[in-house]
Design a protein. Sequence first.
Length: 76
Amino acid sequence: MQTACVVTKEESDTTMTIQAPETEVVSQWKVACDGGEGALGHPRVWLSISKERGYVECGYCDKKFIHESSKLSDVE
């Protein structure tokens, strides 16, 4: 038995967009991230920004924390 799948024009033109991770310029070298969405967030984690890189990304939500002294903070 074969099953056919019909895709209409409306369905094929629909695109899914994913929001870019949030970026925050900070003044501290150690930051906390909890996802920022209350019960929908994630466990609070403490992240250290290395002076060589100038930024750190949260492993849960991909939020990027950029230290204000970093050259990257001018781009954001």
